[in-house]
Design a protein around this ligand. Structure first.
Ligand code: T5A
Length: 210
């Protein structure tokens, strides 16, 4: 495969949407075909699964939640990500498997080994590069709430859940420093985007030279 996969991760309201748009423009200017997607979702089946996952009226068991995340991901990888990468595209995904480790592993307390098994079997691929937008739980939740609207099923969790999510993300980033770039997302959107672009340029240079 000549293309690559970049994932964006972070807690609620970390600012992934803003960064995704900036990354798309940047890669486009470098001459790549850019494909953007999101998780859970990104395919017709995946978007239907997303509706179940985020519906606040449903009481889902943690195992159900995890398996649905991977069901949507299995579809997305095979339907969109792998074919795009095979023709050389740069794929950017708003969240990928690290989110399952952080939310279902860290947040819900499901066994990490099981998630790793699903990663190998259902997700198959790992991102080539992951930007982790790190912001305090409180700041992130304030931003997410400032958008208005009803909180979804996962946004209704308590702060300690999101603290565990953040800790898990940071620990994964520490364990895989070659894949993760941690960005201080407490700064203004302009500063965050500037930092991400700088890091992307350096990474792209290395990728092209490989
Ligand atoms: N999930 C997902 C799992 O539990 N397991 C999994 O395996 C996967 C894949 C997805 C939910 O599913 C969970 C995680 C999520 O809870 P979603 O609606 O896609 O649901 O939720 P998020 O991915 O969290 O998306 P959000 O929209 O909440 O967060 P973003 O995209 O990070 O935030 P964004 O860019 O919309 O910004 C939020 C607000 O803050 C402002 C923006 O203008 C916006 O109003 N903002 C800033 N303000 C100040 N300074 C900055 N730097 C700012 N950046 C953005």
């Amino acid at each position: 495969m000549n293309g690559f996969l970049i994932s964006l991760e972070g807690g609620e309201g970390a600012g992934k949407t803003t960064v995704l748009n900036a990354l798309r423009d940047c890669l486009d200017q470098h001459g790549f075909e850019v494909v953007t997607t999101r998780e859970p979702g990104g395919t017709a089946a995946g978007e239907m699964i997303r509706q179940v996952l985020l519906n606040p009226e449903l009481k889902l068991f943690s195992e159900t939640e995890l398996l649905l995340m991977f069901a949507a991901r299995a579809q997305l990888v095979r339907e969109l990500i792998q074919p795009s990468m095979a023709r050389g595209a740069a794929v950017i995904s708003d969240r990928f498997t690290d989110a399952s480790f952080a939310y279902q592993g860290g947040g819900r307390g499901l066994e990490m080994g099981r998630i790793a098994e699903l990663e190998r079997w259902a997700a198959v691929i790992k991102p080539n590069l992951t930007f982790l937008l790190d912001v305090s739980v409180q700041q992130g939740l304030e931003r997410a709430r400032s958008r208005g609207g009803e909180p979804d099923r996962i946004e209704r969790e308590r702060e300690d859940f999101f603290e565990r999510v953040r800790t898990t993300y940071l620990s994964r980033a520490k364990n895989e420093p070659d894949r993760f770039i941690v960005i201080d997302a407490s700064q203004s959107p302009e500063e965050v985007v500037l930092k991400v672009k700088e890091k992307l340029d350096v990474w792209l240079q290395k990728w092209i030279e490989k």
